[in-house]
Design a protein around this ligand. Structure first.
Ligand SMILES: [Zn+2]
Ligand SMILES: [Zn+2]
Length: 111
């Protein structure tokens, strides 16, 4: 391991390798990019679906709506940002969907 920097803090020595620092930065960047991409997607969906929750049909502010993945990201990460896999739900409906009413959403007619 290549020592990049070492310093003493609270009587303990800390060593930071440049390898680890580089990897950490990459992960942070990836997470930030993914968050930004999802936020952009959310604004796009908000316009597309008229700012309404797709389950109860009520109108909400952008911040009050949440993105729900029809096919969970854990099941198929490739669908994470696919418009057809995303729906906007208000918090209440989102909770309901995750409590087991997801099939109702899947069969709903989508614009
Ligand atoms: Zn709703
Ligand atoms: Zn969800």
């Amino acid at each position: 391991m290549e020592i990049f920097k070492s310093f003493k803090l609270f009587g303990l020595y800390f060593y930071i390798s440049n390898v680890r620092m580089k990897r950490r930065r990459t992960i942070d960047e990836q997470m930030r990019n993914r968050r930004n991409a999802l936020l952009r997607k959310k604004r796009f969906l908000y316009q597309l679906r008229g700012g309404c929750c797709e389950l109860c049909g009520k109108h909400f502010a952008l911040e009050a709506l949440e993105i729900h993945h029809l096919v969970p990201v854990s099941q198929n990460p490739g669908l994470a940002l696919q418009t057809k896999n995303l729906i906007l739900l208000c918090h209440d409906c989102h909770v309901k969907v995750h409590q087991g009413k997801e099939s109702a959403v899947k069969q709903k007619n989508r614009p």
